[in-house]
Design a protein around this ligand. Structure first.
Ligand SMILES: [Zn+2]
Length: 387
């Protein structure tokens, strides 16, 4: 076991309130890493010795981003749908069917190749934990294949058989829900940690509150944690259902009633906002300030997927949250790290304190403020400790 002392950290974001909340900033900091874990954090002058030493040249260091919502097991792309949308065609979730067809037709090697490329793309932009959903297979075999592939790259695997109703079940959504909550769940649960549903009465392709409840309750009975695509296109029943069932996260939260905001604020359900989706569908952004001011826990994630938003970039999500959703740079960074960890019910990521995973991201800049201050500039990457 070798320990490494990292010095020359001009500004360190720990998300540890012992250093002053909420970001736990330390100037001229050092970190000792041992066996993949943080062993020590603090001002450089108090740092212990270690086997090896590496100087980061005054750069800022933040916890690696925790992207708690991504759809990475798929084939094909939908660039033409994006082009049509930018010309005025509204987004309603209907294009998912074309990705389902491409995914079913793809070989395992093709799916694995795309998945690994996207995870590497994320890591190159500072993301060190990613949740990966299935949801483009929509048969027992294809969803089982999706979660098996996802498990190769992350522990945070989500079964999303209830993404849309596949065309072969058109007009028979309840029959499809029974398949998802029955044999498909049984086939997928052993490799999944979470179950999720696209709950959206505003889409002809997604699921209503009662259908979502059937799938979530079956998932909970199978030992899975709950997450929900909620209130993306309309102020539907999703957020309240997520809170009632104790879901870890309600994702999107674009259209919220006062009762939805109150329910989130009084719960442990994290409101996960996905601003790259509003950017890529040219839709109004969720009201982050309303949620934060009410006391809700807010996470930011990419929702990277080939249809509604094909960005793997957490720095873009941060910049949009600051510019378009009036989050402060500190709030946005917290939500992209500790907030994402809360949405995954993890205490070992999204924070840099002794015992946490040594998931560090380093900026070619003196302060985390540059994440939003210099949008579109590739400043941040995961720190490769053995490099
Ligand atoms: Zn999604």
């Amino acid at each position: 076991m070798t320990s490494t002392l990292l010095t020359g950290i001009g500004e360190l974001v720990t998300n540890d309130e012992r250093f002053g909340g909420p970001l736990g900033l330390v100037q001229d900091a050092a970190v000792v890493v041992e066996d993949g874990r943080v062993a020590w954090v603090g001002p450089r002058r108090g740092a212990p010795t270690a086997d090896a030493r590496r100087d980061l040249g005054g750069r800022a260091v933040v916890p690696g981003f925790v992207d708690s919502h991504a759809h990475l097991v798929f084939a094909g792309d939908r660039a033409a749908e994006f082009e049509a949308r930018m010309a005025g065609t509204p987004y309603d979730g209907g294009g998912i069917a074309s990705t389902v067809a491409a995914t079913r037709a793809a070989t395992e090697e093709e799916l694995r190749g795309t998945l690994r490329r996207l995870v590497a793309e994320m890591r190159a932009q500072g993301t060190t934990t990613v949740e990966v959903k299935g949801g483009y297979g929509l048969t027992v075999e294809d969803e089982a294949r999706s979660v098996r592939l996802a498990r190769e790259v992350t522990e945070e695997v989500t079964f999303l058989g209830a993404h849309v109703v596949p065309s072969e079940y058109a007009g028979r959504a309840d029959d499809y829900v029974a398949l998802v909550a029955g044999p498909m769940l049984t086939a997928c649960a052993p490799r999944a940690r979470w179950v999720d549903v696209f709950c959206e009465p505003g889409s002809a392709h997604a699921f209503d509150g009662d259908q979502a409840q059937v799938v979530l309750e079956a998932g909970a009975a199978a030992g899975l944690g709950l997450r929900l695509h909620a209130n993306q296109l309309s102020a539907g029943p999703g957020v309240r259902l997520a809170v009632e069932l104790g879901a870890a996260s309600a994702d999107h939260c674009t259209h919220l009633t006062d009762a939805d905001v109150e329910a989130l604020a009084g719960s442990s359900t994290v409101a996960t906002l996905l601003p790259t989706i509003e950017f890529s569908t040219r839709s109004p952004y969720p009201d982050a300030r309303r949620l934060i001011d009410a006391g809700a826990t807010v996470a930011l994630a990419t929702d990277c997927n080939p249809g509604s938003g094909y960005s793997s970039s957490m720095p873009l999500a941060v910049a949009l949250a600051v510019r378009e959703m009036r989050m402060t740079p500190a709030e946005a960074l917290w939500s992209a790290t500790a907030g994402g960890a809360a949405a995954l019910r993890r205490t070992d990521v999204g924070v840099l304190r002794p015992g946490a995973r040594a998931d560090l991201a380093v900026l070619d800049a003196p302060s985390y403020l540059h994440l939003a201050y210099r949008p579109g500039v590739p400043l941040v990457r995961a720190l490769e400790l053995d490099a």
